[in-house]
Design a protein around this ligand. Structure first.
Ligand code: AMP
Ligand code: GLY
Length: 410
């Protein structure tokens, strides 16, 4: 099978790595890719949010499966254009991707499907925002209604800060604060049915101890030794399947990965957010453990044949990933610094590239906020964590920062 992956981050490198290990994949392409992806796939320059350009590239390459990584191309209609060109595509249509693209749309679907989530109000004016903040009380949760790469959310007990964020956005969703550990569950969907992958946990705040601003994610691990046995089945029954059925009922069937960001509250799992794509960096650890060849699973989603596939299998043991971020991330990150120390092998650990590129001399330099996602594996979370940090310690990138407490309490 000839496969084309769209995107250029850590998630796409992890997807390419797993696809490259699948014997059914005869050719692997990625557009636009990054310096790490270039070692495992043929990379092509393309504007990933340009539906016509992506469909034309897929046609030219004779791709039999296109896997769309990030949300922006999905919301822009890239999956629609690829399917219109007659090519199987893993990724929801622009209509269905609104589950991530619009928080208000997601809430509407959840209400219709009876999915447990935080109570919320959509606010445009200052008066509406003030009334919502006072109705829900502190801690305040204020979310930009549009796409914001995980950075449009402010959670604070400072009412003025909450109001300032809502004033800075055109339209916000203000919601009830959900208390409890967070879990990311990815479900593979083919429009009619859905299959869960192994749950993971992500670390959203920039600094140790869950301090500092929200980021796209600073690290992740799987499996979750502390999670209740019933977690996955309950989330499928109460969250994923009702959502998939509701989207099909609306005439916008969902084919791709539905990412449920959940809070395990005292009254059960509740949805914090949906994403229309794999989580980054959770994908790095989930795909590391996945034993079932990935291309077959994604192709089944793209062609409506998921019900015929056996349930995904996993390797024993655990995986932990630690993100190495550029100076000033999650603000405006510093780019163009040399990344060194990548060639020294460390047992049971490897580097996934996120925001990297080659400079004019062919050396790897930073090109984004999250630069690397270092993965460690082992028989348990503690061993995987030790392997990941042993490799993080070898990486040299001026001004970089990473959390030192990823998976420490697992
Ligand atoms: P989101 O972009 O919606 O995933 O939000 C980013 C992060 O903000 C989440 O991972 C949570 O840590 C936090 N958050 C969002 N919504 C809530 C909520 N209703 N209650 C508590 N924390 C939240
Ligand atoms: N790791 C969180 C996300 O991908 O949105």
């Amino acid at each position: 099978m000839r496969v084309l992956v769209i995107g250029s981050g850590g998630r796409e490198h992890a997807l390419c790595r797993a696809l490259g290990l699948d014997p059914s994949v005869s050719e692997l392409h990625c557009a636009p890719g990054n310096a790490g992806i270039a070692a495992v796939a043929t990379v092509h320059p393309v504007v990933p949010t340009d539906p016509r350009a992506v469909a034309a590239l897929a046609t030219r390459l004779g791709a039999e499966l296109v896997v769309v990584g990030p949300e922006a191309p999905l919301v822009a209609g890239v999956a629609d254009a690829v399917r219109a060109a007659g090519i199987a595509c893993f990724g929801p249509s622009a209509q269905a991707a609104r589950i991530e693209g619009s928080k208000a749309f997601a809430k509407d679907v959840m209400t219709a499907a009876g999915v447990p989530t935080a109570g919320a109000r959509v606010c445009v004016t200052r008066q509406e925002a003030e009334a919502a903040l006072d109705a829900f009380g502190a801690p305040y949760v204020v979310k930009d209604d549009g796409l914001a790469a995980g950075k449009g959310v402010v959670v604070t007990s400072d009412r003025d800060e909450a109001l300032a964020h809502s004033a800075a956005c055109e339209r916000v969703v203000i919601e009830e604060y959900l208390d409890g550990p967070e879990v990311s569950l990815f479900a593979l969907c083919d429009g009619a049915t859905a299959v869960p992958l192994q749950p993971a946990q992500d670390f959203k705040r920039a600094y140790d101890g869950d301090e500092g601003p929200n980021t796209g994610g600073m690290g992740a691990y799987t499996p979750l030794p502390w999670a209740p046995q019933w977690l996955t089945e309950r989330v499928m029954d109460e969250v994923v399947l009702p959502t998939v059925r509701e989207l099909a009922r609306r005439g916008t069937p969902y084919a791709g990965v539905l990412y449920a960001g959940l809070a395990l509250t005292s009254s059960g799992p509740r949805v914090i957010e949906f994403n229309a794509r794999f989580g980054d960096p959770e994908t790095q650890v989930v795909l590391d453990r996945l034993e079932t060849p990935l291309a077959g699973l994604l192709y089944a989603c793209a062609t409506g044949t998921l019900a015929d596939e056996p349930a995904p299998r996993y390797r024993d043991g655990a995986a932990v990933t630690v993100v190495v971020a550029a100076e000033n991330y999650p603000g405006d990150p510093v780019k163009g610094d040399r990344v060194e120390g990548l060639s020294t092998p460390v047992k049971d650990a490897y580097v996934i590239h996120a925001g990297t590129a080659f400079d004019a001399e062919g050396r790897v330099v930073s090109a984004g906020g999250r630069v690397l996602s270092v993965v460690g594996t082992g028989p348990d979370v503690a061993a995987a964590r030790a392997a990941a940090y042993a490799l993080v310690d070898r990486v040299r990138l001026r001004g970089s920062h990473h959390r030192s407490d990823i998976a420490a309490r697992a």
